[in-house]
Design a protein around this ligand. Structure first.
Ligand SMILES: Cc1ncc(C[n+]2csc(CCOP(=O)(O)OP(=O)(O)O)c2C)c(N)n1
Ligand SMILES: [Mg+2]
Length: 592
């Protein structure tokens, strides 16, 4: 055993957990922990606002599957990171957040920069803890990483009072001991996530799959969290079942696969939405029947039986009662399901013989492809001299980027267009804020993703409103030489809100206008150390993107002046059932 102090032990614990990077910003209460960082191999990235640190940690986790780490000071540092914690909680992102706290004797005295961090973050973390003794720090950190990354992943916060990390304070003195697996297990007696599905339920599910005539796999973000993309593909191909990928699951099943129907939900495509609606069996894998997917609940998929697989038992029956609930890790359960289907059919059977065991689904296949032909995504092409169509910009960005490019988005119309128009053929290439819908997510999340995957091209597609919320992190990116690329779709509006006001408030626009040229995005980006270009007409789009794609030593910002009148279609109006989906009026006579 070696004698150390709490601050050193904290950094050493992070090293033991294999942490390669911390996103953070120091301050009074966390000061003693910043000293040992100087001597640690862990990279620290100094953000300009703590919200940036949190979203960077999330972006890093999205892109790598490893937990992102953020470290901030007490009081305002902690409150500034509440939004990313809530975001990570909603989207089940593994993240460990370390906050400084005032010294133990000062807790509860309204000390300078004191806030009840554990109280404030209780509802937005999977677990949080105020550590009160230096010798407890290593176990608290081991627990934090274990809880953040196992079962349903999520954010964990560890609050550390200054006195137990300050080497000048006797309360920080401790003997170093790294907890064993046994220490960890016995310290969390109630925490044992179920990963293996119940064999009888798996058999029940296999039987339902074998009798369904209009099955659809409803794949959610849990597929990505469980590293189950390959297993999903095997299941879909074995049973010839079409797959919808939710906003959180884009990339979990390749968009170019013949069985892929794309995104369901409020702005999903007609075929994805209506396939679920008319299905007789929904196989929900790591998805959570979010209201943006179901529309008005009592009209959602009325004839469908439900198989629901989730590692979090609280999800099963939370929104829609499943016929077959299965608690377990998606990858393990899908693998077992494949075995169960094969053994019900006869394990010696070829794939074609397996397919013969299903009822005739040719009518269902024909219906789906009929819808795909009738109701594609459409927009009117930009012509020279026209205002840019955002969809056109996205198609150009997509077609000029490598296949495995990582795309992060903000929240709003640009997010929906990105999800609709990008072709996600690889898992872990789509980084976005689904559950919380956090404007300002994309720039810092893209930076975190690029830090985690420096080998990949990373684009942030942002709205003008979103960009103004967290753009300052481009200073971080320029300083740290993190060459992310940002495409601002500048429609001079809080576009998504404008769309709702246009459609549902009789075009009474209230507080949604932002101005196209205040701020001057190009000058702003340049002032932050980026290369920047403004693009106003269709013929400039391709060349500007090509130029941006060639720059690899600093961040680039392209500002695209886009048509504010463009709306996101299809749309299921809020409060209506998915049967009321409205497709683009441009689809013409006879369209819905
Ligand atoms: C932090 C935050 N505040 C408010 C909202 C509500 N909201 C959702 S989309 C949106 C407009 C986004 O505007 P912009 O970034 O310009 O994107 P656009 O819709 O124009 O593409 C707003 C205000 C939100 N999602 N997040
Ligand atoms: Mg906008």
């Amino acid at each position: 055993m070696t004698t150390t102090n709490g601050g050193e032990a904290l950094i050493r614990s992070l090293e033991m957990e294999g942490v390669e990077v911390i996103f953070g910003l120091p301050g009074g209460a966390i000061l003693p922990v910043y000293d040992p960082i100087i001597d640690s191999p862990i990279r620290h990235i100094l953000v300009r606002h703590e919200q940036g640190a949190g979203h960077m940690a999330e972006g890093y986790a999205h892109a790598t599957g490893r937990p992102g780490v953020a470290m901030v000071t007490s009081g305002p540092g902690a409150t500034n990171i509440v939004t990313p914690l809530a975001d990570a909680y909603m989207d089940s992102i593994p993240m460990v957040c370390i906050t400084g706290q005032v010294a133990t004797p000062a807790i509860g005295t309204d000390a300078f920069q004191e806030c009840d961090t554990v109280g404030i973050t209780r509802g937005v973390t999977k677990h949080n803890e105020l550590v009160t003794r230096a010798e407890d720090i290593p176990l608290a950190i081991r627990q934090a990483f274990h809880i953040a990354t196992t079962g349903r992943p999520g954010p964990v916060l560890v609050d550390i009072p200054k006195d137990i990390v300050d080497p000048t304070n006797p309360r920080s003195a401790m003997d170093w001991h790294w907890p064993t697996d046994g220490d960890l297990a016995s310290s969390l007696p109630g925490y044992k996530p179920t990963t293996k599905g119940h064999p009888r339920k798996i058999k029940d599910a296999a039987q339902l799959i074998l009798t369904a005539r209009r099955p659809v796999i409803y794949a959610g973000g849990g597929i990505l969290k469980a590293r189950a993309a390959e297993a999903l593909r095997e299941l879909a191909e074995l049973c010839d079942i079409p797959v919808v990928t939710t906003l959180m699951a884009r990339g979990a099943f390749p968009d170019d696969h013949p069985l892929c129907l794309g995104m369901p939900g409020m702005h999903g495509n007609y075929t994805a939405v209506t396939s679920m609606q008319q299905s007789d069996l929904l196989i929900a894998l790591g998805s959570r029947f979010d209201d943006r997917v179901t529309g008005k609940l009592d009209g959602f998929a009325p004839d469908a039986k439900i198989i629901h697989v989730d590692v979090d038992p609280a999800e099963l029956g939370k929104v829609r009662r499943p016929d077959v609930p299965i608690v377990g890790d998606c990858r393990l359960v899908i693998e077992e399901l494949i075995i169960a289907i094969r053994s019900l059919v006869g394990s010696d059977k070829s794939r074609d013989e397996v397919l013969d065991a299903f009822p005739d689904r040719s009518a269902w296949r024909a219906t789906l492809s009929g819808w795909q032909e009738l109701y594609p995504l459409v927009y009117e092409q930009s012509e020279a001299g026209d205002l840019l169509k955002p969809q056109y910009v996205l198609e150009e960005l997509r077609d000029r980027a490598p296949e495995d490019c990582i795309v992060a988005s903000g929240v709003g119309q640009h997010q929906m267009w990105t999800s609709q128009y990008w072709k996600f053929n690889h898992p872990y290439t789509w980084v976005n804020s689904g559950g919380l819908g956090t404007m300002g997510f994309s720039v810092p999340a893209a930076i975190g993703a690029k830090v985690g995957r420096p080998d990949r091209m990373v684009w942030a597609v942002d709205g003008d409103g979103c960009f103004q919320m967290t753009a300052q992190e481009l200073v971080t990116a320029a300083t740290e030489r993190i060459p992310v690329k940002v495409a601002i779709l500048n429609n001079a509006y809080l576009g998504m809100v404008r769309q709702w006001q246009e459609m549902f408030y009789d075009e009474r626009y209230s507080e949604v206008y932002l101005s196209p040229d205040l701020p001057d995005y190009v000058k702003w980006a340049e002032a932050m150390g980026c290369i920047s270009m403004r693009v106003e007409s269709p013929e400039e789009v391709g060349p500007a993107i090509d130029k941006a794609n060639e720059i690899d030593d600093r961040p680039v910002v392209l500002e695209f002046r886009t048509d504010a009148a463009e709306k996101v279609y299809p749309m299921v109006p809020s409060g209506r059932t998915n049967d009321d989906i409205v497709v683009d009026p441009g689809l013409g006579e006879g369209s819905r």
